[in-house]
Design a protein around this ligand. Structure first.
Ligand SMILES: [Zn+2]
Length: 236
């Protein structure tokens, strides 16, 4: 089984954030503030509190000891039975999951019906995900499960965001390279109201800051991997 508690908490957080009308930028700032309360970043307080509770839950969650212990069967079943568009995304962060759902609601979809299932990727990287699926490559996982494979976000995280930059620059780059990218990707599918969309990702990413300089990382690349351990499966 997936981590039901975490899944519910992530969903509850996103539905709350969408309802409060927060922007993508506002959400990123809240994530930074939740991780680094001493930083002089303006973020909505309730959102920060909810994120801090989520960070606690991720840190305290029981983690699979090895990638082979990731309970991936449930995901496999869902993917196998899926009728609709399916994407396998290499690296999908919380801000992009948020943006996809926010945008869906803007287009009239009732996101309360969206399902978010969360697994923990103990290494927070693609290698662990491939091991869990028993495949040698993401390409192979995508091929066998008939999903579109999207690798752009991971490439951006490694290239554009590997070196630290100040928070404003980070956010404007995230808008351009990540938010616009995922929205553009699924825009046509979202506009077809009765098309069901399934999104599965291998891991997320963390925002790590030293002083006011921040970068994106995942898994072993982070000092303290947290959000990057989240492997989401989103159905809408
Ligand atoms: Zn990567």
């Amino acid at each position: 089984m997936s981590d039901e508690n975490l899944g519910l908490q992530v969903k509850e957080f996103i539905v709350y954030a969408v309802g409060s009308g927060i922007s993508y930028d506002g959400l990123v700032k809240a994530m930074i503030k939740a991780m680094y309360p001493d930083l002089n970043v303006y973020a909505e307080r309730r959102l920060v509190k909810k994120l801090q509770a989520l960070i606690e839950s991720i840190r305290n969650a029981e983690k699979p000891r090895t990638p082979y212990d990731i309970p991936i069967e449930e995901a496999k079943q869902i993917i196998m039975n899926w009728r609709g568009t399916a994407y396998l995304i290499d690296n999908l962060g919380l801000p992009e999951i948020y943006e996809i759902l926010r945008y869906s609601r803007q287009l009239g979809r009732n996101i309360n019906f969206a399902r978010i299932i969360v697994f923990i990727n103990p290494w927070g990287n693609t290698a662990a995900f491939k091991m869990a699926f028993g495949e040698n490559s993401m390409m192979e996982i995508a091929r066998k499960n008939e999903t579109d494979l999207i690798r752009g976000t991971d490439k951006h995280v490694h290239h554009v965001f590997r070196d630290s930059m100040d928070i404003e620059e980070l956010i404007s780059n995230m808008n351009r390279e990540l938010k616009e990218y995922v929205i553009h990707l699924i825009e046509n599918d979202l506009k077809i109201q009765d098309n069901n969309i399934l999104i599965i990702a291998d891991h997320g990413y963390d925002i790590e800051c030293e002083g006011t300089m921040c970068r994106l990382c995942h898994g072993g690349d982070c000092m303290k991997p947290t959000f990057s351990l989240i492997t989401p499966l989103v159905m809408l």
